[in-house]
Ligand binder design. Structure first.
Ligand code: NAD
Length: 289
């Protein structure tokens, strides 16, 4: 019998704290070499794109494959969302598929959880009371949720090019997390915060990196292609750069690749994978110089 979990089933059981614990263990396995994570495979049927992301974690005894499709005409032609994601969970002993679960909410919580774990290990202990969130969409909500699990956040500020989206975010998330959330009129207002999260759909830098406070911690998750970025060359150059996966960052992170192309930094600027920090192979340090 295959267990089927809908989005609402996943939402009812998946907690950020639990997800952060699982993500931390997974990063540990990646650093220790007990994770098998083949590169994402793509198939391009005529109307869309299908992406296959398999993974095996030996110590956690987890074998799974996420399948994500992007079909642009789905909403108009088939009354379906553009992006559909499902996760197939298998029994690693027999290979049997034991569960098929909706992957949309799971992916959003997982992305937040990675930032939560990064914040836990890398943000300064003596600060970390205030957070600035760039973007007020799905991912931004998860970023704030995760950061409040990692640090005792007293105040948050959100900025989005849509002020209405930012207001809705502030209303919803202050109720959910019991944190005071202000709406910024200008992105520079956020630069006074201890922790910054960038979770926008922007293609160009969101702020001037020279204006970021020394010692700030930044979770940059929005940009996902080599030609796009949320962080400018100045802040990347000032930073101690830690990524989730070396391979993925050099494959698709414009935040890192553009400053390398400009000659402002070399590949050696990539300091560590998050798993190397968690396992103590590399030491975390102040994030800006
Ligand atoms: N790193 C990862 O693993 C990962 C995972 C999922 C999504 N993402 C990426 O994260 C980004 C956000 O995803 P989402 O689902 O929250 O999207 P979304 O559309 O729900 O929200 C994006 C928000 O960014 C705002 N925005 C755009 N330009 C801005 C700017 N210059 N300044 C401030 N706000 C701006 C938009 O108004 C919108 O409210 C996307 O680019 C997505 O591809 C990354």
């Amino acid at each position: 019998m295959v267990l089927i979990l809908t989005r609402s089933d996943v939402m009812s059981v998946l907690d950020m704290k639990d997800c952060m614990d699982a993500v931390e263990k997974a990063f540990t396995e990646l650093a220790e070499g007990s994770a098998v994570l083949p590169l994402r495979n793509a198939i391009r049927p005529p109307d869309g794109l299908a992406l296959y992301m398999p993974a095996y974690l030996r110590k956690m005894e987890a074998l799974a494959c996420k399948v994500v499709t992007v079909y642009k005409d789905n909403p108009t032609k088939h009354n379906l969302p553009t992006t559909i994601g499902k996760v197939l969970l298998q029994d690693p002993l027999t290979g049997e598929v034991i569960c098929i679960m909706d992957g949309g909410y799971l992916t959003a919580v997982r992305t937040g959880a990675a930032s939560g774990v990064g914040t836990k290990y890398l943000a300064r202990q003596d600060r970390g009371q205030t957070v600035g969130i760039f973007g007020a969409g799905v991912q931004a909500r998860m970023q704030l949720w995760a950061v409040t699990e990692a640090r005792n956040i007293g105040k948050a500020l959100v900025y989005d090019i849509s002020e209405e989206a930012a207001r809705l975010f502030a209303r919803e998330m202050s109720e959910k997390l019991q944190v005071e959330i202000g709406v910024a009129k200008d992105p520079t207002e956020l630069l006074a915060m201890d922790i910054l999260c960038t979770a926008t759909s922007a293609s160009n830098p969101l702020f001037n990196g020279a204006d970021v406070r020394e010692g700030a911690h930044i979770n940059g998750i929005g940009s996902h292609s080599p030609g796009q970025r949320e962080l400018d060359t100045a802040i990347v150059k000032r930073s101690l750069f830690v990524g989730d996966s070396r391979e993925a960052c050099f494959g698709e992170a414009g935040d890192l690749l553009i400053p390398i192309q400009e000659g402002a930094i070399t590949e050696a600027h990539f300091y560590a994978e998050l798993g190397e920090i968690i396992t103590g192979k590399k030491r975390g340090a102040r994030m800006t110089r």
